[in-house]
Ligand binder design. Structure first.
Ligand SMILES: Nc1ncnc2c1ncn2[C@@H]1O[C@H](COP(=O)(O)OP(=O)(O)OP(=O)(O)O)[C@@H](O)[C@H]1O
Ligand SMILES: [Mg+2]
Length: 357
């Protein structure tokens, strides 16, 4: 199972520019999480801080008992081997072909033979749909291919934690759907802890177990996907629906006067070009490709979420309860065993352990 990452009170600024403060969250081991947030809110800075490439001002980021904010360089070097990172710009070496780029971490961090390295590199290139492109230089391939090569390189050391910074940027919708499936399949196969930063709403709605959002220099929320997907926080609603109307502006947050003016324009019938459809709500989560193992994270997450169910907002709670199978309900003691057939659980009345929350 992948490692747990515990972030506590993490705060980062550059000079007198505060980026975010007091970010506290836990990436549950082996689960998939997504971080959303408007451009410039510091998502990439957050990922880089998690692996010690940037130094936070204060706070902790603990991986396998090691706080990477305060540990020695030698320890940090060790802990970094647990991470596979896909940087936003792919960060490939321009003068190396794809094969050598993907082989680089293996040559740098392991004593594997070239034959072993070849097997692993070709395997990861195939996994990311790049077979045949081994000899190409990064400058000779498309942006989407560079992204996939970056992902292949992030996977070669069998990481326990995978960080992906906008893995879908530059990909067409079909490739993005394949990539979403790839991330879920990977999680099923290696049970790694995964954090994805993305602006892709469809990916955010269907892939992760947990969803969070950075806004106004703070973590607005982070928790089970059902919480953010049913949230009526204006900033979440605006972001999920990709609307202009709301607290997020082109360059930064809007002031009250600008929001009032936009609301007046909308009331006067000016279309902001977004669809009327509300994309909030819980949609089915992607499952691994048939034939692959089940994601072990699914059961662990259910157990974890059911323990904190009483502390979640009502809409999220209802969504989670509605998604439970009859067996789940029995497992969590939500129903008295029913004499009726197992397939008909529509009329069951939940019996809450310790009273209704
Ligand atoms: N090394 C650095 N030195 C100084 N400022 C930086 C550095 N890296 C990032 N910043 C600043 O931190 C802020 C957050 O940047 P970051 O790249 O994390 O945003 P982001 O949320 O990833 O945005 P996007 O969605 O556009 O990728 C920006 O104002 C950026 O200019
Ligand atoms: Mg970024």
């Amino acid at each position: 199972m992948g490692a747990e990452v515990v972030v506590e009170g993490l705060t980062k600024s550059f000079g007198n520019q505060a980026i975010w403060r007091d970010v506290t969250l836990t990436l549950p081991p082996g689960e998939v999480s997504v971080m959303l947030g408007p451009s410039g809110t510091g998502k990439s800075v957050f990922l880089k801080s998690m692996i010690g490439l940037l130094k936070p001002d204060r706070g902790r980021c603990v991986v396998n008992g090691v706080d990477i904010v305060t540990c020695s360089e030698a320890k940090l070097y060790e802990v970094r081997k647990l991470f596979g990172v896909l940087f936003q710009d792919g960060a490939l070496f321009g003068s190396m072909n794809l094969y050598d780029n993907v082989a680089f971490p293996l040559r740098e961090h392991t004593r594997k033979s070239e034959a072993e390295i070849k097997r692993i590199v070709l395997d990861k290139l195939e996994l990311t749909g790049l077979q045949g492109a081994e000899r190409k230089l990064p400058g000779e391939i498309s942006g989407g291919m560079r992204k996939r090569a970056g992902l292949a390189r992030a996977l070669v050391l069998d990481p326990e934690i995978i960080l992906c910074d906008e893995p879908d940027s530059g990909l067409d919708p079909v490739r993005t759907a394949y990539l979403s499936q790839l991330l879920i399949d990977l999680n099923a196969q290696i049970d790694a802890t995964i954090l994805i930063v993305t602006h892709n709403i469809n990916l955010a709605r269907t892939v992760p177990d947990n969803l969070g959002m950075l806004f106004r220099k703070e973590l607005v929320m982070f928790g089970p996907r059902e919480v953010l997907l049913t949230s009526d926080e204006p900033v979440v609603e605006q972001f999920l629906n990709g609307r202009r109307i709301g607290p997020i502006g082109m360059s930064e947050e809007k002031d009250a006067a600008q929001m009032a003016q936009e609301a007046a324009h909308a009331a006067a019938g000016h279309s902001d070009g977004s669809s009327e459809e509300d994309l909030r709500g819980i949609v089915a989560q992607l499952e691994p490709t048939p034939g692959l193992p089940e994601r072990k994270a699914v059961r662990r997450r259910k157990d974890r979420v059911m323990q904190v169910l009483h502390s979640l907002p009502a809409a999220a709670r209802e969504g989670i309860i509605a998604s439970l199978t009859h067996e789940d309900r029995l497992r969590y003691g939500l129903t008295a065993p029913s004499p009726r057939p197992a397939h008909d659980d529509t009329q069951e009345i939940p019996v809450w352990p310790g009273g209704r929350p």
